[in-house]
Design a protein around this ligand. Structure first.
Ligand code: ATP
Ligand code: MG
Ligand code: MG
Ligand code: MG
Length: 472
């Protein structure tokens, strides 16, 4: 191996230290400064106030590593590059350097430090639209560093514009850096955005000079910032010439652990289940181990966590493992990460305890729920969808998260009527509310539990569920 994850992280931090940056350590997975998202999805979240102009105690040049969770990528998990939990390396200019220095430093790191040949690099640049001009400056900088015209691609807002997941806040055009695997072009228009696997996105440099307001207009920020983000697992896979992130030293031992539990080697037949278990157990461990703030529940972050755990349990069942092996995997995840994330060790018994509880809770209803689900699905004829009422029954009686039911149906070639599910869900809420009020009026029963349930149900419907089903 050229580098281990720890060496690579160090190389990165030291490179930017030498260029006048101060190191900040990873912030929590639960953003304090940004109520618009459930999890920290990029290094920028903890730094929002400073991007808006507040002075950072460490100055204007920062470098960091940040744990991230992207729930919007859960459906991608299983491919070579998308993880639910990953680590983002980033460097920052808070009103200091801008495009030229930023692009030059990224280029130097990739080609001089990591020794990636220049012809293996492809970049994308913002093409401009009716609101913001084409980023000729970024293009010229890349050209001056030696990139050929055909290594540079222009794309619009969808590809080359970065802003927070919430709709307002600091944002701007970006230039993204891809590794060209050298595979054949998939079509005439093949480029970094087509997703065929020829190009792997490794780094994104955002030139954050705008603030997007609630009325959707852009105004200039007080200062011009640079925000870059590079996925540790991806760059590690690239420089070590691995097929996927699962072959890197932060994930491979987890795959091996699953092999030792099942007794079957990782292969094309079980690849999907192995990868999902591996990815989800990392996310689960990091969420539980962050600060003991979140436990499995039916609302917001707790619901995402529950959904990840329940899906993992089913993946194990699919592999024929009927006992609880979640804690075994968690131990491996902790061992691999405790040097950098000591909170995992501090919270180890809490993590194990929560996994035991959630496993016991779900294990009670999973098998009977699966039987009922199968019965429902077997009754469908081609082209039909699983009704919202059925999906709600699975949710309400057996604790099947809606995405869980969707996946089971999909494996048999069927969709679920989501609108119908939401309808049943809110209808149920109405009923519970009447029930609670009725009892309250009579002055007989303690309705506090009912109120809690209503509260979480409302959260689930309005918050997490929508966010999960939509894109982050
Ligand atoms: P992609 O197009 O591959 O989904 P992205 O454009 O959504 O990536 P950015 O928001 O630009 O990603 O994040 C910066 C960097 O973080 C990416 O260039 C990539 O290296 C890494 N990254 C993003 N999403 C993931 C993920 N789900 N798993 C692992 N690394 C990721
Ligand atoms: Mg993405
Ligand atoms: Mg991208
Ligand atoms: Mg990107």
């Amino acid at each position: 191996e050229v580098y281990t994850s720890n060496e690579l992280r160090k190389k990165y931090l030291n490179f930017f230290l030498d260029k006048g940056h101060k190191v900040i350590t990873s912030a929590s997975l639960f953003p304090e400064n940004d109520p618009s998202v459930l999890f920290t999805t990029a290094g920028m979240h903890p730094l929002v106030p400073y991007l808006l102009g507040e002075k950072h105690p460490f100055g204007e040049r920062l470098v960091d590593y940040q744990k991230c969770i992207r729930t919007g990528d859960i459906d991608e998990v299983g491919d070579a590059t998308h993880l639910t939990y990953f680590e983002m390396l980033g460097n920052w200019s808070l009103g200091d350097y801008f495009k030229k220095e930023s692009i030059s430093m990224s280029y130097e790191f990739l080609t001089s430090v990591l020794k990636i040949p220049i012809d293996k690099i492809a970049v994308t640049v913002f093409a401009g639209d009716d609101q913001v001009a084409k980023d000729i400056e970024a293009y010229e900088i890349w050209r001056s560093l030696g990139l050929k015209e055909e290594q540079i691609y222009f794309y619009g807002k969808k590809e080359n514009w970065w802003g927070p997941a919430g709709q307002t806040g600091p944002c701007g055009p970006d230039t993204e850096i891809f590794y060209d695997t050298g595979k054949e072009k998939c079509c005439e228009d093949c480029g970094p955005s087509c997703g065929c696997g020829k190009f792997i996105e490794i780094w994104n440099n955002v030139f954050m000079e705008y603030n997007k307001l609630p009325d959707r207009s852009y105004i200039y920020l007080k200062q011009k910032n640079v925000d870059t983000g590079m996925g540790l697992e991806r760059i590690l896979a690239v420089i070590n010439e691995k097929e996927s992130v699962y072959e890197t030293d932060v994930l491979k031992p987890i795959i091996s652990k699953i092999e030792s539990i099942t007794g079957s080697p990782y292969n094309v037949e079980n690849e999907r289940e192995y990868r999902i278990i591996c990815d989800h157990m990392r996310a689960i461990t990091f969420i539980l181990g962050d600060s003991k703030a979140i436990v499995p529940s039916n609302s917001e972050q707790g619901y995402i966590l529950r959904r990840l755990i329940r899906r993992t349990i089913r993946m194990f069942k699919k592999l024929g493992i009927m006992e609880n092996k979640l804690t075994d995997i968690t131990d491996t995840v902790i061992e691999l990460n405790e040097a950098v994330y000591p909170e995992l060790t501090d919270n180890k018994s809490f993590i194990r305890e929560q996994l035991r509880k959630e496993y016991a809770l779900f294990n009670k209803t999973l098998d009977s729920g699966l039987k009922i689900a199968e019965k429902y699905i077997n009754q469908l004829s081609e082209g039909e969808t699983l009704s919202g009422v059925a999906a709600f029954k699975l949710y309400d009686t057996f604790g099947f998260p809606i995405e869980f039911t969707r996946e089971i149906a999909k494996e048999k070639g069927f969709e679920v009527d989501l609108d119908g599910f939401y309808h049943s869900f809110s209808e149920h809420q109405e009923k519970s509310r009447t029930g609670a009020e009725g009892r309250f009026k009579g002055g007989l029963a303690d309705n506090s539990q009912q109120t809690t349930k209503l509260h979480t149900a409302t959260h689930l419907l309005n918050g997490a569920l929508r966010k999960v089903l939509g894109d982050s």
